[in-house]
Each structure stands twice: as structure tokens, then as C-alpha cells.
Design a protein around this ligand. Structure first.
Ligand code: GLV
Length: 324
């Protein structure tokens, strides 16, 4: 009996080659996600599904997919998947952690540097002919070297950011759901309360998964308690920040700068006020977008799918309790 596998976008060629040698999958041919109704139709009789973070894999979809044996997501975050519904039906969910940790931490550092040193504005300044001379007070930013970095969420990516921050001789503060004395030792970091981190950090970087308890965790009150020159960086998930509150905080100078690789909503519409602010830098969710990382993620997603279809444990299954 042949297996029916739906893949919601083309994978990288090396991963497609591997998958095509195992079965004859159907790939959604477009660059944009399949509309929800089509996703329902394509999964109704599918044995396996490879999906991206832009696909809503909700309880309705999971419950109507009568033959589904495995859901394999090409990402580490799985907030688009109803894990409880999958668990209730005994469908394992795979994801692609670790492989993208360094690429995402690199991009986080690019955001930190770009925001603190106002690279977006400086590029526009040079390009638009405003560069008349070397100016003593032109385009002054904030020092990254020696600054206090607050890492919210000291998991895999948070730790990789801390490792990079050590090279910049930063003072590192962090928060996490559990106590991590060993991470304090490893990174010369201090675990503090969120309140202390927000008050004392020059640069604040978010590395928490999106869950009901992290949604909106950076709202008006948290923004108010940050330093006026604070740089807020988000390479985690957009809804962790209350976007309207952030726009207000940037407009009124409550904080200095926001550098976001993720937004709420995604994509951020071109008319959104965030684009008009000189102290906001927006990227289109490219944290893990390096050629080798995306190859590895796609290959692991294929391995997770194949294992699930064969009834074997997935190489990287989502931990049930945490979604990580
Ligand atoms: C990207 O955001 C991911 O979760 O892998």
C-alpha cells in the first residue's frame, strides 16, 4: 500500500531527494502557505504531514485526518500545532531543534549590533546623500561592548546568545522558568527576576517559546520599566510582545530601539506604523535562514516523518509537557 504524504511547501533539494526516495509525496507548489481549507482536504487521508510554522495545524485538522501517523514541522517552535490534540490521537510531532540554534543566535547578535549602532539609519543616511562630513555627534548609538544584556529564556538559543555576549564582555542577566545555577557559572551570568532584568538591562533579548504564559509578556508595564535607551530584540515569536504597546513606547521615547525578526502579525503589513519609526528595525523572520541550516532542518524533518511512518520513535520529537 502506498503512503500518502503532504508537504506544505517545497523543501531544500537535498531533503526532497531523500523524501522522494522513500515515498511519492505531494508538495504544495506555491511560496505562500496552502489555504486552511486546502490543508484540511490534503490531510484528510494523509499518512504523514511535513509542515511549516505558517500552517495552522489545529484540533479540527488533526481530528479529521483519519490516517495521520506523524506531523513533522520544519522549525523548532511548534506554537502553530495543537499538541494536545495530536497527543490525544497518539500522533507524534517532530521538530528541528539544535540545528538552528547558532544561526538564530548569530542573527540575534546582528540585531543587537544593528539596533544599538543604528545601522539602518546610518545606511539610509549615507545612501540618501546626507553624508557631508565626519561628525562628532552624528548617528550616536549605544555601546554593545560592556553593556548589560538581559536574556529572557535561557534555553538553547538564549545560551548561544550568552556565549556570544561573553566575547563582547557584556554583563549578562537572565530569567528562566527554572533555576539554573550551572548556567550562571558557565556564562558568568546572573539569574534574576524579570522585574530586575527589565530595569537593569541596556539590551533585552527574548528567547522564550510562544505559550499561553509568554503571550504578551512584554506589555505596557514591562516597557515602562525599561531604561529609556533600552534596545529590545525579538527573534523568538512576535506575540510575546504587545505590538501596540511597543509602538507607543518607541514613539514616546520610553525605550530606545526595537529590533524584531518576528512580529505580530506575520507578515507585518507594509502600512504598519512600526515601519515608519526610525527606531524600529524589522526583519521578515529569517533567524534560521542560512543555506546549511535550512538543509539540515529539512533533512531532520524528513527523518522525523519517515520514522513516524515506520512506527519508530522520532529522532527529535517535541517534548510533550513543554512544547520544546
Ligand atoms: C523559527 O522560528 C523556528 O521556530 O524554527
Amino acid at each position: 500500500m502506498s503512503l500518502s504524504v503532504f508537504v506544505t511547501r517545497h523543501l531544500t533539494p537535498i531533503a526532497e531527494e531523500k523524501l522522494n526516495s522513500f515515498c511519492t509525496p505531494e508538495y504544495w507548489p506555491e511560496d505562500t502557505p496552502p489555504p486552511y481549507e486546502i490543508l484540511l482536504e490534503k490531510t484528510r487521508h494523509a499518512d504523514g504531514l511535513i509542515c511549516l510554522l505558517t500552517d495552522a495545524i489545529d484540533a479540527r485538522l488533526i481530528n479529521q485526518a483519519e490516517n495521520l501517523k506523524v506531523i513533522s514541522q520544519v522549525a523548532v517552535g511548534v506554537d502553530n500545532i495543537d499538541l494536545q490534540a495530536a497527543e490525544a490521537r497518539g500522533i507524534p510531532v517532530g521538530h528541528t531543534p539544535d540545528l538552528l540554534t547558532d544561526a538564530t543566535a548569530d542573527l540575534t547578535f546582528a540585531l543587537i549590533l544593528a539596533a544599538a549602532r543604528r545601522l539602518g539609519e546610518a545606511i539610509d543616511y549615507a545612501r540618501s546623500g546626507h553624508w557631508q562630513t565626519w561628525g562628532l555627534t552624528t548617528l550616536l548609538g549605544e555601546s554593545v561592548h560592556g553593556a548589560t544584556l538581559g536574556i529572557i529564556g535561557m534555553g538553547r538559543i538564549g545560551q548561544a546568545v550568552a556565549r556570544r555576549a561573553q566575547g563582547f564582555e557584556m554583563r549578562i542577566l537572565f530569567t528562566d522558568l527554572s533555576a539554573h545555577p550551572e548556567r550562571e557559572g558557565e556564562f558568568g551570568a546572573t539569574q534574576v527576576t524579570l522585574e530586575t532584568l527589565l530595569k537593569e538591562s541596556d539590551i533585552i533579548s527574548l528567547h522564550v517559546p510562544l505559550t499561553p504564559s509568554t503571550a504578551g509578556m512584554i506589555g505596557a508595564d514591562q516597557l515602562k520599566s525599561m531604561k529609556p535607551h533600552a534596545v529590545l530584540v525579538n527573534a523568538a515569536r512576535g506575540p510575546v510582545i504587545d505590538t501596540d504597546a511597543l509602538v507607543l513606547a518607541l514613539e514616546t521615547g520610553q525605550i530606545g530601539y526595537a529590533a524584531l525578526d518576528v512580529t505580530d502579525p506575520e507578515p507585518l503589513p507594509p502600512t504598519h506604523p512600526l515601519y515608519k519609526l526610525p527606531n524600529a528595525l524589522i526583519l521578515p523572520h529569517i533567524g534560521s535562514a542560512t543555506r546549511s541550516t535550512r538543509d539540515q532542518m529539512s533533512l531532520l524533518a524528513v527523518d522525523n516523518l519517515i520514522a513516524g511512518l515506520q512506527g519508530k520513535p522520532l529522532p527529535r520529537a517535541v517534548a510533550r509537557s513543554t512544547g520544546r
